[in-house]
Design a protein around this ligand. Structure first.
Ligand code: MN3
Ligand code: MN3
Length: 320
């Protein structure tokens, strides 16, 4: 017999400030890929010019959501001491599994079996994709019991993945969907994005609470680690984007969108942004702006470019 005492999760009193809010919001937005009529995209898909890019975008996203299901949310939940936060993170993990599965639903609807096999092979072979998966998974796998620094790093990596690194992929379906192309597949992305925005805010918030407990010297050290980690992933992301979007000519716009989201990830973690504000394609921006309230965000696309500013976290952030 060990002396370990098992404690029961007690939701009768709050042990974590926003756990209940994150819990409620996540369940409120439950969805299943089969609810979206992706088959309506089949006709456009047959004539679509850049099928190769599109398939690779979704292949890359599948890998990231697989890691976030199997390693990310699991490991972070496992080592998070607060039982309510642990429960919230476990729920987030189930949604990651829905995300990862939803791409397969799109593949099944649009592609042949041999095409699908080729994509999953490409995922294993693309060096930039494997690099980012490895970097993130390493931090997830390095969490230690009673080591809040290692947990903070894993939460930092999680926010990088969910608020920053997914967006090189999200760009394309949002960009096309906003112009009436392959809209149903884009709608799935908008639903995923809606979940990711809660995850980024929640995990960022939990991370900030841990960060506050560190002495200033430790905080400075961790910040340095964080910015270096981000820059390394950023450089890789630029190469991934050039490789992925080569035939579309969209790389410069995707890169601007990536920098915007890197700033957003830093904001979620309570840290200073690092890239200057710049113009983001308004079709893609509208895809994010309206995901909280409506599925039909495409009808509201803007006609002109505007400089996208990242908003700091305020009380408004928590009104999903
Ligand atoms: Mn996800
Ligand atoms: Mn997520």
């Amino acid at each position: 017999m060990s002396n370990l005492v098992y404690e029961a999760v007690n939701w009768n009193r709050p042990t974590s400030e926003l756990a209940q809010i994150f819990w409620d919001q996540q369940w409120k937005q439950i969805w299943f890929p089969e609810e979206i009529a992706v088959s309506k995209d089949v006709k456009q898909w047959k004539e679509f010019e850049h099928q190769d890019t599109y398939k690779k975008v979704f292949g890359g996203l599948t890998l990231l959501d697989t890691i976030q299901t199997n390693i990310g949310m699991n490991e972070i939940a496992r080592f998070t001491p607060d039982l309510q936060e642990k429960a919230v993170l476990t729920v987030f993990g189930s949604f990651e599994a829905i995300h990862a599965k939803s791409y397969s639903y799109i593949f099944t609807t649009l592609c042949t079996n041999s095409e699908i096999e080729d994509i999953f092979e490409w995922v294993k072979k693309n060096e930039f994709l494997q690099y980012k998966a490895t970097k993130i998974a390493e931090v997830y796998s390095a969490i230690e019991e009673n080591n809040p620094e290692s947990l903070w790093k894993a939460m930092f990596a999680s926010v990088m993945l969910e608020s920053f690194l997914f967006y090189s992929g999200f760009f394309y379906p949002l960009y096309l969907g906003g112009q009436g192309q392959l809209r149903n597949s884009a709608e799935i992305i908008s639903l995923i994005l809606r979940d990711e925005s809660i995850h980024g805010v929640a995990v960022g918030f939990f991370a900030q609470n841990i960060f506050k407990t560190f002495p200033q010297e430790k905080q400075e050290q961790l910040k340095l680690w964080g910015y270096e980690f981000l820059l390394d992933l950023y450089q890789n992301e630029m190469k991934y984007t050039e490789d992925l979007y080569a035939e579309t000519g969209l790389s410069p716009e995707v890169k601007a969108y990536i920098r915007y989201n890197a700033n957003k990830a830093l904001m979620n973690l309570g840290l200073e942004t690092m890239f200057p504000d710049e113009e983001i394609n308004p079709i893609v921006m509208n895809g994010i702006a309206n995901t909280g309230s409506t599925y039909d965000f495409f009808s509201q696309k803007g006609a002109t470019y505007a400089v996208a500013k990242v908003a700091p976290i305020t009380d408004e952030t928590f009104k999903f």
